[in-house]
Write a protein that binds this ligand. Sequence first.
Ligand code: DX5
Ligand code: ZN
Length: 221
Amino acid sequence: MKTVIAPSILSANFEQLGKDLQACEQAGADWIHVDVMDGHFVPNITFGPLIVEACKRATSLPLDVHLMVNEPAHLLEAFAKAGADRLTVHVEACTHLDRTLQLIRSLGVKPGISLNPATPASQLREVIDQADLVLVMTVNPGFGGQSFLPYTLRKISEIRGMICDRNLETWLQVDGGVSEKTLSSVYSAGADAFVAGNALFNHPSGLAAAIKGFRDILGEK
Ligand code: DX5
Ligand code: ZN
């Protein structure tokens, strides 16, 4: 199975973001995960389109932008123009999720749907076919470095079942507390795209060793 490793720049060193992005690229990361937080949907504030634009200049890796933002529709065009390759929105944050997904696609960007830990997989039932990616939060969104919530494994399996039953090619991404300790369990449950911040950027042996460690666990070279 093809897998994707996406370092979350939430844990990067912002004094040298360009350098860290280059390091991700050299270490063989697949996508760069950008966590946008609005201070309402989640209690923290991070970055907007300006930083996405700067990332675009600093790396040729696809930018996987995770919008932890209430009613994000009015911001989508700005993020698309800034260079987002993927825009993932939360079901809990979109009153008109169908319209929001259509809008993302019309901007030439791949749409993703994210679920908080407490949100059931059934919320995807009517719309999963419209998404290129489903993101299962494995911690409560808002901060890096939190502990993985094991009960989310059942939901990952359930969504993998949905994807198989409908013959979809949707990426099944996990985000939060993904590390050398938890990677094999989320992989076995059916995830194929792995976001990690703390476990990659703060690994004692460095980013390249951390990504190699992930690949070894996933059984790749
Ligand atoms: C959490 C963010 C995550 C976060 C993951 O709200 O969506 O992308 O950066 O960080 P770690 O891997 O440190 O749990
Ligand atoms: Zn994220």
